[in-house]
Design a protein around this ligand. Structure first.
Ligand SMILES: NC(=O)c1ccc[n+]([C@@H]2O[C@H](COP(=O)([O-])OP(=O)(O)OC[C@H]3O[C@@H](n4cnc5c(N)ncnc54)[C@H](OP(=O)(O)O)[C@@H]3O)[C@@H](O)[C@H]2O)c1
Length: 258
């Protein structure tokens, strides 16, 4: 299998290196900014370009890992090269429909790694669920094969299922991370060390490996400690944006257990 990577951002950076480490040849790496393309290409012995018209037909699978809003534009440019029309072309988005590729590439699909990726931040790729979708069975098989080389958890997930999974993923990852950020702001404002909260953050995630989030909920809203909730809300008057978030989430927890 030979792969060409369109995108050298957070996902491209990790996926490219995983493919390389598993001896899958990455032929070309495209990124809009040439230095980003070369930085990744040099790591994985691929050719770099920032020009989509230079993407050639010598790979079997083309993985588009660019910003969601740019996928359509990239697909339109890529499809000008008619020699790519029968190649396997996928994107890595959690929310964008595979149909975005359908008018241009006959063997289209999705190759969505369900994880949070940040350049330079190590991930255990072996454990990352890869959500694969493709209209044609032959394409599905090739994508499943590629997925199984880089991960032990590869699943066929439809467009509709992936869109819903992405909503849940945004809530469990992006929103909780934002709440951690608010916690860090509050600590910084008061000259307190955010590190003291890290064992708590770790335990919050680790206990969910074994138990349900419903059973693991603790805190004043779970217990119905109204005076504590009131006291917290009063303190947060100095952060009005966070105060309303605190009240909203406390109500959501209260309603869940009442
Ligand atoms: N990050 C995650 O945790 C994660 C997880 C799973 C799936 N995904 C999906 O994977 C895809 C890539 O996400 P990412 O986090 O890797 O994004 P990213 O780090 O922002 O990288 C985006 C890539 O898109 C390029 N790009 C940005 N704007 C562009 C434009 N207008 N035209 C052409 N190229 C453009 C960037 O080029 P330059 O930076 O070189 O200019 C870069 O190569 C998205 O579909 C996302 O939904 C992300």
């Amino acid at each position: 299998m030979k792969v060409t990577l369109i995108g050298a951002g957070n996902v491209g950076y990790h996926l490219g290196q995983r493919l390389y480490n598993k001896k899958i040849k990455v032929h070309q790496v495209y990124s809009r900014t040439y230095s980003n393309a070369t930085a990744l290409a040099n790591l994985i012995k691929a050719k770099a370009t920032n020009d989509l018209s230079k993407i050639d037909a010598s790979a079997e699978i083309y993985i588009i890992a660019v910003k969601d809003d740019s996928i359509a534009k990239v697909v339109a440019q890529l499809s000008k090269n008619k020699s790519l029309a029968k190649k396997i072309v996928v994107h890595t988005s959690g929310s964008v429909s595979s149909k975005i590729l359908a008018n241009h590439f006959s063997n289209y699909g999705v190759f969505y790694p369900l994880q949070t990726f940040t350049k330079g931040q190590h991930v255990y790729f072996k454990n990352i669920p890869i959500c694969v979708d493709a209209k044609k069975e032959k394409t599905q098989k090739r994508l499943l094969k590629l997925g199984k080389i880089i991960s032990k958890d590869v699943r066929l997930i439809t467009d509709k299922e992936r869109a819903v999974l992405h909503v849940a993923a945004v809530i469990v990852n992006n929103f909780t991370n934002h709440l951690f950020h608010i916690g860090a702001i509050i600590c910084a404002e008061e000259g307190l060390d955010f590190d003291i909260l890290k064992p708590l953050i770790q335990e919050t995630a680790e206990k969910l490996i074994r138990k349900s989030p419903y059973d693991m909920q603790t805190g004043p809203a779970r217990r119905g400690d109204q005076q504590t909730i009131q006291q917290h809300a009063e303190y947060l008057a100095k952060f009005p944006k966070y105060q309303s978030l605190y009240t909203l989430l406390s109500k959501s927890i209260t309603n869940t257990y009442s």
